[in-house]
Write a protein that binds this ligand. Structure first.
Ligand code: TYD
Ligand code: MG
Length: 453
């Protein structure tokens, strides 16, 4: 049987047939390493004696009960998981170093353990004493969680086999090493091998497993993308360093809605849940000011109100700046282009800054109209009324498209004391329950109505 050698990039996980100094896939220098050999041979050589077990689809319901879910009691975490932790499932939690992953997972471990799930927390980064110290600070020292400071995969699997826990937390997958793979811990082949062994072992043994993964500079989980495919659920823990808020976001979930978020606040005593994120994101808002607009968005299954802030100022540079935090830069460029080309409002020679307050990240196109409103309000130096929320998608022709779940967006706004909304005409936008609705059908009309420009 021929052994083939392959090479993979430590930064992005791309596989190459030969070594080179720079990865063509991600452009990183000196990141390509040799993988352990993969044996190939004639297809026949891999045929075994026994056939794999098959089950007719129609028999599934009678043969197996649906998987059990366990609620942690941390409502925000349970929501992101799609209604509790599914038994024998594999999760990956990614996030920047220092964002609070270990804190979150220690709290989660304690919560699940208190609900009767036998839990082992394996730390590859901190000694048991350090983890215990942290648990004390979080007020969790009486939780029945087993701690292990271990990085050798074989020892961990042996422990799981012997102890038969229901949940294992591995913090982090980059520190684990398998002695069957020749490269250093944290390399692509180690991360891949460790993730594969842990997840497949856990599935066989009926254990749920949570892997913690670090994130590279450009925001991807360090190590191969393939780890994301091996697990059932991928969660990202994100937030801005200077802010207290932390957002746990489901980017993939086999057992629940993706894009669901849970909001936490980092305090001296660990992470506390934020059950009404809109109130939190708007809490720092003062008197209405030019460039500030409240957007009524939908995150996963619930509405969340956030404040968008724009600043438009004469640029000292020949190439004006376009800076955006919490939203897509390309989408901002598109809206500026639509405002210029369709509505005749130029932004040449002006620096444009756009910020989503509170460290929130928005990806919905429904924020288009709110962004346009913030830009216009900043440019004209006119504040929108403080009791108004805005949402709607803008097309390249400057027409406004209705967006989904208008009714929910309006309800949430009303709950928080807003009494007017600007939204696209058409669609099933409901009555607004006594809210003062301004329906606009295109951006030019909006500019004229609201700003008189
Ligand atoms: P940590 O969970 O160690 O982050 P990660 O595992 O993602 O690297 O969190 C570290 C940060 O959280 C650190 O900057 C201190 C802060 N922190 C608090 O503010 N309060 C707390 O109770 C704890 C435990 C940590
Ligand atoms: Mg950590």
């Amino acid at each position: 049987m021929a052994k083939t050698t392959s090479f993979s990039c430590n930064a992005c996980g791309a596989v190459h047939s030969k070594w080179s100094g720079r990865c063509d896939a991600c452009g990183e220098w000196n990141s390509i390493v040799e993988d352990a050999g993969i044996s190939t041979g004639p297809a026949k050589a891999s045929l075994g004696n026994a056939k794999g077990k098959r089950v007719p689809l129609t028999n599934l319901t009678t043969e197996e009960a649906p998987p059990q879910r366990t609620m942690s009691g941390l409502a925000e975490l349970d929501r992101v998981l799609g209604g509790g932790l599914v038994e024998a499932s594999a999760l990956l939690v990614g996030g920047d170093p220092g964002i609070g992953k270990s804190t979150l997972l220690l709290q989660a471990a304690a919560a699940f353990a208190r609900k009767g799930l036998k839990t082992i927390y394996v730390s590859g980064e901190e000694a048991s004493a350090q983890v215990r110290l942290r648990a004390e600070r979080l007020g969790l020292s009486d939780a029945p969680v087993q701690l292990a400071a271990e990085t050798n995969l074989r020892d961990i699997l042996t422990t799981i086999e012997a102890e038969r826990p229901r949940l294992v937390i591995i913090d982090s997958i980059q520190t684990m090493w398998s002695d069957s793979v020749g490269s250093a811990p944290g390399s692509v082949s180690q991360v891949r091998a460790a993730a594969h062994e842990l997840t497949s072992f856990a599935k066989r043994a009926g254990v749920s497993i949570i892997l913690v993964g670090h994130v590279t500079k450009d925001g991807q989980i360090a190590g191969p993308r393939v780890v994301e495919h091996m697990v059932d659920t991928v969660l990202y823990f994100e937030g801005e360093r200077g802010h207290q808020f932390r957002i746990l976001r489901a980017v993939k979930n086999r057992f629940g809605p993706a894009d669901e978020i849970g909001v936490f606040e980092m305090t001296g005593g660990g992470l506390s849940e934020v059950l009404n994120p809109s109130a939190l994101f708007l809490s720092e808002r003062g008197t209405p000011s030019a460039g500030s607009v409240v957007f009524s968005g939908i995150e996963g299954t619930r509405p969340v109100l956030v404040e968008l802030q724009a600043l438009v100022a004469p640029s000292p540079h020949s190439q004006p700046r376009r800076a955006v935090v919490g939203w897509d830069g390309a989408r901002l460029a598109m809206i500026l282009a639509v405002l210029e080309a369709r509505c005749g409002i130029p932004f040449t020679g002006l620096d444009v800054y756009l910020n989503v307050a509170g460290g929130m990240k928005i990806s919905e196109p429904a924020a288009d109209l709110a962004v346009a409103a913030a830009l216009l309000s900043a440019r004209e130096d006119t504040a929108l009324p403080a009791d108004t929320v805005v949402f709607g998608e803008i097309s390249l022709s400057a027409a406004l498209r209705p967006v989904g779940q208008s009714e929910n967006r309006l309800k949430e706004a009303q709950k928080l004391g807003f009494s007017s909304a600007i939204l696209p005409a058409g669609g099933k936008s409901g009555s607004g329950n006594g809210m003062n609705l301004t329906r606009v059908s295109d951006l030019t009309g909006f500019v004229g109505d609201i700003f008189g420009a």
